[in-house]
Design a protein around this ligand. Structure first.
Ligand SMILES: Cc1cc2nc3c(=O)[nH]c(=O)nc-3n(C[C@H](O)[C@H](O)[C@H](O)COP(=O)(O)O)c2cc1C
Length: 269
């Protein structure tokens, strides 16, 4: 068993650095997902500010196709927990936000004006709503982390999207894309190493790689030194092994998402 001192010497204990830094960039590079929170609630005013930041995010075509629900009711949170299946979504620790792709508002506006709803059923419009929603969510993460709070995205709420839709009374033309917990961190995880820059960024044309196994050998070794606090004290699998075994296995990755989107009147063509 490793001692705490061993753990502190392992890679991933210091945030990555970059040539040009300021407090915003340092906050972004110091990102770690937090999955355990103290019992201290987040101040109402802080939550208001996080939601204000989210609301002022860039928005595709100025359509503002996102709505954020702060789920406070324990019964409703339980429903989201059941859809997610992840233990930290239940209980009371961390504030639960649900980021909803929302074309309903604009559907109502068009209906009231006697305009048809056909454009809102197009996949392009849905994708614009997804873009708005993800951008609002990530702005929330940066703002929360800049205040010393921790966050975890919850793609897992998509395990049973109909359950979330029913519980939160989401109308037609909406879809619960992501959950998020925001709270006071009760853990100090490592910084999870990212793929090397030369494989994920390039100038002009797509990076040329002859043999991914060789290209990723060092990264695989680095990743295996990371300890995921979801499963304390267990090294994570190499990146390439994760990619060969995980995709498609999570509950949310097996949900009938296209059927649900169609029932909601979204991404019809
Ligand atoms: C869209 C999205 C959905 C995610 N969903 C979950 C989730 O359901 N549960 C969870 O524990 N972490 C979730 N995560 C967190 C990722 O597992 C995490 O970002 C990744 O492992 C990298 O670790 P780091 O954020 O600590 O650097 C999600 C992240 C993103 C961006």
């Amino acid at each position: 068993m490793d001692t705490q001192q061993d753990a502190d010497r392992r890679p991933g204990r210091e945030a990555p650095t970059t040539p040009v830094e300021n407090s915003t960039i340092r906050t972004q590079l110091a990102h770690r997902t937090i999955r355990a929170f103290t019992g201290e609630p987040v101040d109402e005013e802080v939550m208001t500010s996080l939601l204000d930041v989210a609301r002022h995010s860039p928005t595709s075509s100025f359509y503002q196709q996102t709505t954020i629900l702060w789920v406070k009711d324990p019964g409703l949170r339980h429903e989201v927990h059941l859809s997610s299946g992840q233990p930290y979504v239940g209980g009371t620790r961390g504030e639960l936000l649900v980021f909803v792709v929302d074309l309903h508002r604009n559907a109502c506006i068009r209906e009231e004006a006697g305009e048809d709803l056909e454009p809102l059923g197009r996949t392009t419009l849905f994708l614009e709503g997804v873009e708005d929603t993800v951008i609002a969510a990530q702005n929330t993460v940066v703002a929360a982390e800049s205040l010393g709070l921790g966050t975890v995205y919850l793609g897992s709420i998509g395990g049973d999207p109909q359950r979330v839709i029913r519980a939160l009374r989401l109308p037609r033309h909406t879809f619960p894309l992501l959950g998020m917990l925001v709270g006071h961190p009760d853990q100090d995880p490592q910084f999870k190493p990212r793929l090397p820059a030369h494989l994920t960024t390039a100038v002009d044309v797509y990076p040329q790689v002859e043999d991914w196994g060789t290209a990723l050998a060092d990264y695989d070794a680095t990743v295996q030194d990371y300890y995921d606090l979801r499963d304390a004290n267990r090294r994570v699998d190499s990146f390439t092994h994760q990619i060969c075994t995980k995709p498609g296995t999570g509950r949310a990755e097996q949900a009938p998402v296209l059927d649900v989107l169609h029932e909601q009147g979204l991404a019809l063509g």
